[in-house]
Every structure is written in structure tokens, then in C-alpha cells.
Design a protein around this ligand. Sequence first.
Ligand SMILES: Cc1ncc(COP(=O)(O)O)c(C=O)c1O
Length: 391
Amino acid sequence: MLKEGLEKQEILKILEKKLEKDFSYNSGSILGSMCTEPLDFGVEVYMKYISKNLGDPGLFLGTTALEEELVSEIGELFNGKNIIGSITTGGSEANLIAMRIAKILKKNVTKPEVVVSRSAHISFDKAADLLGIKLRKANLKDNFELDLAHFKSLINSNTCGVVGVAGTTSLGLIDPIEEIGRFVEDKDIFFHVDAAFGGFVLPFLKKLNYKIPQWDFSVKAVDSITADPHKMGLGVIPSGGFFLRDSSILQKTGFEIPYLAGGNFKHLHIVGTRPGGTVVSFWAIMKYLGINGFKRIVKKCMDNTVYLADQINEIKGIRLTTNPIINVVGITTENGESVCKIDDELRKRNYMLGKFEEFNLIRVVIMPHVQKTHLQTFVEDLSKIVKKLKI
Ligand SMILES: Cc1ncc(COP(=O)(O)O)c(C=O)c1O
């Protein structure tokens, strides 16, 4: 550490140089991220309220009330009533909270298990590891949809929770939430839906008259949902979201910290000190965009998704993995050859996609920062690469 501090201008210059290596959202390179440039107004509000600390809610009663209001409003968007929960550090924390609740609610089970699909996010592996839960993974069918019969067959007397994904990380697919709900509804099993990505896409697609199956609190058996503002909500990082139907679960499973300056509040989070600025910011984003604002953003993403999907269909040697349901496009080879070489070549040209070797696919997430011009250049280069590699 320096003995004497530097001038602000000098520090800013050094930072600019050091951060040159970062990719920027508007460059056309970031094609495989589920995060995006936060909304300008959200950033403005965040900066203003950056010092709010919801780790000590008693000191920030206004921010705490705002979070309750925000959670309840999002809960209504997900067809729930009096939904409680909180803004988390991300989808991983929200999923961890859900898995912990599932385990605690089934105290008599000594070897707890949770059933997920093979395409569930890695955060469930992390949560299972941390909580000593056995994760049972159901197979996918050839079309990458969940094999429901296999999923059901993995449920047994040790099962404390099941997870359905609404917007998978790899392909944006939606697990059959209604069918899973029907199967577990008379069993003592916690049902969590991971809509970390889909949460701020699916309600608006439905309002745009896209055919979207039921995935949210409208399914009676759904106990909780993950949905992240910092993905398709255009919220600032870090802001995930955990939403819970039954408020008595907070009393039964919440943590208590006796020493807080603001007094004791029961909470479900894993972290202690946590940003209130992200909460205030997302509250403001929801008010600013309204349903129509989100609809416009999602529609643009879907139009670009259809554009890319059509272009991929035209390139000989590669094909769509599945027809996109939401703004995620999976690409694979026609002859089954590995996608790794394509991914390597794309990276050399600064195209950063997601690569899922297990499913032999690369995927583009058509976030709000992805412009049609980015996709046009990408398609041209992808076409050249496929030709060069003789796939
Ligand atoms: C479906 C799903 N769930 C959970 C997560 C984890 O979210 P985070 O990275 O915010 O922890 C992701 C991340 O992409 C995801 O796609």
C-alpha cells in the first residue's frame, strides 16, 4: 500500500488503463452473459442510496419497507398474493436459501435429497454441497426437455425438495412446472422454481401473447421462486431475488442476530451486511419502466432472437439445438461434431458465448445490450468459421 495517497485524476487514469481488458456490453462481444448494462436511471438511484445497509434493517426502516413493497409487487407479477422474500446477492444465494428451507422443513429426514433436472444451474450443486443434501438429477429427453417420468421416479421418502427451472441456463427452456406441482402437491415436499433468468422475461412474454406455460405462484404447489433483477430486470449488480408464498416459513426457519444496532429482525439471507441501494434502485426501475416498458425490452430481445435463429438455420454445418422459447439461442453441429473448435475460433475473434460441453452446444443470450448489428456481424463471422473448419 502507498504511504501517501495519489491524486484522484491519476487514480482514474490508472484504472482506465487497468480495466481496458474488460469487455463492454456495447461492443458486440458479450453474447453469452445473462447480465447486462443496468438501466441508467437505476444506476442514478443506486448511486444516491449506495450506503443503505439492509444487513441492519432496524436502522433503515424506510428501505426495509421499500423492499417489502417491491417483493410484494414482484410477487403479484408472479401471480402470488402477500408474497414475502428479499433481494439477494443473486440467483445462487436465492437458490441456496430455498434449499436450506426445504431441508429444515423436513427435520425428520436424516439423509435429505433434492430432485432437480440435469439442466438446473450449478448453484444447486453448490447449495447441496454446503447443506449436506444429496442432489438427484433427472435426465433430459433428446429434445433437452426434462424427462418427467425419470424426475418423478427420483422422488422418495428422503426427498425434502424438488426444483423446476423456468428459463434454463443453457437453452432457456421451461420445466413442466404444472405437472411437477400436481405430482408433489399432496406430498410433504418443498417446491422451488428457479426463474433467475426467466422471472423478468416470462410474465412480459405472456402479456405479449406468447404461449408460455404456467410456471409461477399460479401453480398451487409452488412454494418459492428465484428471479433476478440483475439479469433481465436490468437491475444493478448484485441483485437477485427470493420470493416465498408462506410467510410463516420466515418465523420457522429465519436467522436471528441479537446484537444489531437497529434491533433484531428475522431474516433468511446468507449474507450479513447487504446492499439496500440495489433494492431502492430496482424499486425505481419497476416504477419507471412499468409493464409496458418491460414489454418493449423483452419484445426487442425476442425479435432479435428470431432473427438470429433464422440466420443459424441458413448456415450449413450447424443448427439450432432447440427452437428458442425465450431469448436464448443454442447452437450445435449438424453432424454431432464437438462445438469446441467453433467456440475457440469465436473467442479468437472476441465473441464470448456460453459453452455447454455436456450438451455439445454454444449459446447466445439475447440480452437488451445485444443489437441486431452485433448479430449481423456475428453471423457473418460464424458462417466463415464453420466453412473454414469444414464442419
Ligand atoms: C437459471 C439460473 N439460476 C441461477 C443462476 C445463478 O445466478 P447468479 O449468477 O446471479 O448467482 C443462474 C445464472 O446464470 C441461472 O441461469
